[in-house]
Design a protein around this ligand. Structure first.
Ligand SMILES: [Zn+2]
Ligand SMILES: [Zn+2]
Length: 376
């Protein structure tokens, strides 16, 4: 079967920006050099644009794992356009298909079953899915989001202004437009491109599968470091509505920290988390499946299998009991804390009222004395 035609614009963008980053940027670094402001700006924009994709495009819009204030949405929309990965609507539509038909060689737009190169970048180089996005059927909810549609309808203009306008302006302020555009514009763009593409490619190849083996997604702490926390991809594919990818507090997931951090100042809210017992249950179910397969060769395999099954079921019951009791205690503590805070506030109020009352009484007495004096 002949290959679909090349998408010339995409090929040109990846080739030209890749060539500049591989050859021209190192040459510039060795000859003219970059100053510390240019380096810091590039690092800042790397995180800003990368996390607009992971925190915005991915966890907010594609999976709706939390809600965000319109200001946060606009910032994500600009950062995402600056990462040059198509509009929120288009990206989310592709991504929802990826989750729904993960690994399917025909339906998954970046199926890992079609090879590392294809899932990394190859899928964007040819017209593999020409007619898929005529109406964005799977993103009706996003079509009601004003920020999403504003970005979609003015995508090219936002891309140009954000990528060239912002970096050129910063360069002009710093005294060298070309140097800033090279490092914080082009080099940063290529870096963000490839680290975010790793999520579709390497995160489906390299790492462990503790939660499910029904797809190729992997958990990998090293990849998480390069992908703003999205390396815990096995977990993500089974519990996609969780705003976290690295669920343990020590797992490197700056996107999770940013979302949680913003919730303290009410810029993000309704953060969704998978209940702990469901996470543990998924893990145990996979262990059970593997253990039952391992004992198949043994003469008394049926007996061992049913024992394993019974133990697993008992474990599930206890998991639910344990975690629901834990939740009850936590809510109770929370309301107790609230009551004690309210009591403290009341105590404080009572003290003030008492003081005011004493003053008032004194005035009253003084007035009585005065009126007595004037009467006599
Ligand atoms: Zn996802
Ligand atoms: Zn995936």
């Amino acid at each position: 079967m002949p290959k679909p035609p090349l998408l010339k614009l995409n090929v040109a963008i990846f080739t030209i920006t890749g060539f500049i980053s591989l050859f021209f940027v190192p040459y510039w670094a060795m000859t003219a050099g970059f100053d510390s402001i240019e380096i810091l700006t590039a690092i800042f924009l790397f995180f800003f644009t990368g996390m607009s994709i992971t925190g915005g495009y991915h966890r907010l819009w594609s999976h709706k794992t939390y809600d965000a204030h319109p200001i946060v949405k606009v910032v994500y929309a600009i950062g995402g356009a600056m990462a040059l990965q198509n509009s929120i609507l288009h990206w989310s539509s592709d991504h929802r298909i990826h989750h729904r038909y993960v690994d399917d060689v025909d339906k998954d737009p970046y199926s890992a079953k079609k090879g590392l190169w294809f899932s990394h970048i190859g899928w964007m180089l040819r017209e593999y899915h020409t007619n898929k996005h005529t109406n964005y059927e799977n993103c009706k909810d996003l079509q009601k989001d004003k920020v999403v549609m504003w970005q979609h309808n003015h995508y090219i203009a936002i891309v140009l202004v954000a990528n060239f306008g912002i970096t050129a302006l910063l360069g002009w302020l710093n005294g060298n437009v070309l140097s800033m555009v090279l490092l914080a514009g082009v080099f940063r763009l290529v870096a963000v491109h490839h680290v975010t593409f790793f999520i579709n490619s390497l995160a489906h190849y390299w790492g462990k599968r503790p939660y499910t083996e029904s797809n190729t997604a992997r958990d990998n702490g090293i990849l998480a470091f390069f992908t703003f926390g999205e390396g815990y991809h096995n977990y993500h594919h089974i519990f996609e509505y969780d705003y976290r990818n690295g669920i343990r507090w020590w797992q490197y997931d700056p996107t999770k920290w940013m979302i949680r951090g913003l919730s303290f100042i009410n810029l993000t809210f309704n953060l969704r988390k998978c209940p702990e017992e469901r996470i543990e249950k998924a893990k145990a179910a996979l262990q059970l499946k593997k253990a039952q397969a391992r004992v198949l060769q043994l003469p008394n395999s049926e007996l061992i299998k049913s024992k394993l099954q019974a133990e697993y079921e008992q474990l599930c019951v206890q998991l639910v009991e344990y975690y629901s009791t834990k939740r009850k205690i936590l809510t109770q503590r929370h309301s107790e804390l609230k009551i004690s805070v309210e009591k403290l506030e009341l105590d404080e109020k009572l003290k003030e009222l008492k003081k005011a009352l004493l003053v008032q009484k004194q005035h009253w007495q003084e007035l009585l004395v005065q009126s007595h004096a004037t009467a006599t």
